[in-house]
Design a protein around this ligand. Structure first.
Ligand code: ATP
Ligand code: MG
Length: 565
């Protein structure tokens, strides 16, 4: 990971770790893990967890494992495993040889379950799912003991063994922890720890098992087996912490990690739930997990985000227990700041309008030199061919305009970026009155010099007609119209989708140096925005650029228009 110039801001979790280290807890070790379930691609919320877990380990000289929490085989698959690994790596983090799967521990977990049975702390229960719910009670009503709760240890051991051997159908029996059916914490009311699942082929263990451990049982023990010291998770697990601790207290384990909860990140105008993101993909609302409109790591990458910008974002939002709904503008500012500093400049005309410079020699082509970055000479220079016919942006010309329109008007002058000052002498229209061409003249004395005796207010971008390369440009807008598509229980979140979230422009013209733009490479198209060559669809024979972000924060304006803030 690259050297950081700015120290990571501290947070309550780092304070806890500081105290633990001062008290020499776990011999001062810091060992974390990032534990995704491979049932979807990672999203921006996961990025927060990744930066936190790997970041803490890095800053304390500790370790962070990548562990797949793969106890729900029917929703998981290897595509997700590989995509998650690629995303974590791309974000700039490394688990070295510490790649684990909870399924690596199935045998050990089974033995721990047997230990619980032997202690009289777990029993096989034959209640149906519906009966179990009924016996469980409610938040205000205590639960009732299952009639199977008093089975003998011997009977439980035998039945659990037979569960494992595949003698019982799905749903007929479960193994439950024997805790307290009257506990005010519903999670402690004899939670299920093993269930029967026949016929699923687990992506790691194949057909070896027909019983699968539940998340709560698996998670704490996997943490313990790996010697995790601080098990960082999101707030919805706060009520599960007593159970996390109960298993580790009841069982004979060497390491008892501390679970610490922080708030989930939600991004305005997006959803951060794998279940919902899966629906967007499966129901065809987007073109895939890496659709540049998706708040997934793969989507953001394809959109043109850099790993640095996402890490910067995670630093800026911080880690707390408070609600963490973040404006889209915060994420956009991170990529804007990054690209402003690092992206080479280029010229691209999205809506071309032809310009003919009548006093420019017919066959002449000049090779003008332009700096790739106004502040960073290391990004080098490029050649811009200039000729008699050019294209400019349609919206950079008005026949008439108020004085504050600092672009080209009939009879007015403007500077062409990196080139000459031109004047518009005549406007050519088609039979519908549509402007199709501008007749202009240039001032040969204005290359890199101000004209004599007059001030030119505006600068516009352009491309040479004879040299420009055609490109497709994809303009992305927010995926949802509603800042919190999840909020309204009565409306499907998909109802809030923005039907105009993608605009594809097919006849854009870009400067010739972009012909060789590598897929995934990023640019500032001057005066237009930040773009990247699409990593899947762009090729030398057909350039495709995605708009990563506009030059300025358009969100603030949208919010104002909607009367928010
Ligand atoms: P989802 O609801 O999207 O399926 P999840 O919590 O079930 O999320 P996991 O794969 O289990 O997804 O998550 C792996 C880790 O990432 C967990 O430790 C989880 O707490 C954390 N995480 C998931 N979503 C967020 C989020 N929005 N903000 C911060 N951390 C998150
Ligand atoms: Mg989960």
């Amino acid at each position: 990971m690259s050297q950081r110039e700015v120290p990571t801001p501290t947070n309550f979790i780092r304070n806890i770790i500081d105290e633990d280290r001062a008290a020499n807890k776990h011999d001062g070790r810091v060992h974390t893990r990032f534990p995704p379930e491979p049932n979807g691609y990672l999203h921006i919320g996961h990025a927060k967890s990744i930066c936190l877990n790997f970041g803490v380990a890095r800053d304390y000289g500790g370790l962070c494992n990548l562990r797949f929490d793969d106890t729900n085989p029917h929703k998981e698959n290897v595509e997700y495993v590989e995509a998650i690994k690629a995303d974590v790596r791309w974000l700039g983090f490394d688990w070295d040889e510490r790649l684990f799967f909870a399924s690596d521990y199935f045998e050990q977990l089974h033995d721990y379950a047997v230990q619980l049975i032997e202690k009289g702390k777990a029993y096989v229960c034959d209640l149906s799912a519906e009966q179990t719910r009924e016996y469980r009670g409610t938040l205000t009503l205590p639960g009732r003991d299952s009639p199977y709760r008093s089975r003998t240890v011997a009977e439980n051991l035998e039945l659990f063994e037979r569960m494992r051997n595949g003698e019982f159908p799905d749903g007929s029996r479960v193994l439950r922890a024997r805790i307290d059916m009257a506990s005010p914490n519903m999670n402690m009311r004899d939670p299920t720890i093993y269930r029967i699942r026949h016929g699923v082929i687990h992506h790691q263990t194949g057909k070896e098992w027909c019983i699968y451990p539940m998340y709560d049982f698996t998670h704490c023990l996997s943490d313990s087996i790996e010697g995790i010291t601080h098990s960082l998770c999101t707030l919805e697990f706060e009520d599960h912490r007593p159970l996390y601790d109960w298993f580790l207290d009841e069982l004979d384990v060497d390491c008892h990690p501390q679970q610490i909860e922080f708030s989930r990140l939600s991004l305005e105008y997006g959803v951060t739930s794998k279940r919902k993101l899966t629906r967007l993909v499966d129901e065809g609302y987007v073109y895939g997990w890496d659709d540049p409109r998706m708040p997934t790591v793969a989507g953001l990458r394809r959109r043109g985000y850099t790993p640095e910008s996402i890490r910067d974002f995670c630093d800026r939002i911080g880690v707390t227990k408070a609600d963490n709904v973040v404006e889209m503008g915060v994420l956009e500012n991170c990529i804007r700041d990054d690209l402003n500093e690092h992206a080479p400049r280029a010229m691209a005309v999205l809506h071309p309008l032809k310009v003919v410079i009548e006093n420019y020699p017919e066959q002449q082509v000049e090779e003008l030199s332009a700096s790739n970055h106004p502040k960073d000479e290391d990004l080098g220079r490029r050649i811009l061919p200039f000729g008699r016919e050019l294209y400019i942006e349609r919206e950079d010309f008005r026949e008439q305009a108020p004085n504050k329109f600092k672009r080209l008007v009939t009879g007015g002058e403007v500077r062409l970026r990196n080139a000459y000052v031109i004047r518009c002498d005549e406007v050519i229209k088609d039979e519908h009155g549509e402007i199709i061409e501008l007749r202009c003249s240039y001032d040969p004395a204005t290359l890199g010099a101000n004209p004599e005796g007059r001030k030119i207010k505006g600068v516009i971008h352009w491309v040479s007609a004879a040299h420009a390369v055609e490109a497709e440009v994809r303009l992305y807008d927010r995926l949802f119209r509603h800042p919190n598509p999840d909020a309204d229980k009565d409306t499907e979140f998909t109802e809030h989708l923005n039907q105009d979230s993608l605009h594809t422009l097919t006849h854009c013209l870009v400067e010739p140096s972009l012909r060789s733009a590598r897929p995934g490479s990023r640019f500032q198209f001057e005066r237009v925005g930040y773009f990247c060559a699409d990593s899947k669809d762009s090729a030398e024979t057909k350039l495709v650029f995605n708009r990563t972000v506009t030059l300025r924060d358009s969100w603030a304006k949208i919010e104002r228009q909607q009367g928010r803030g």
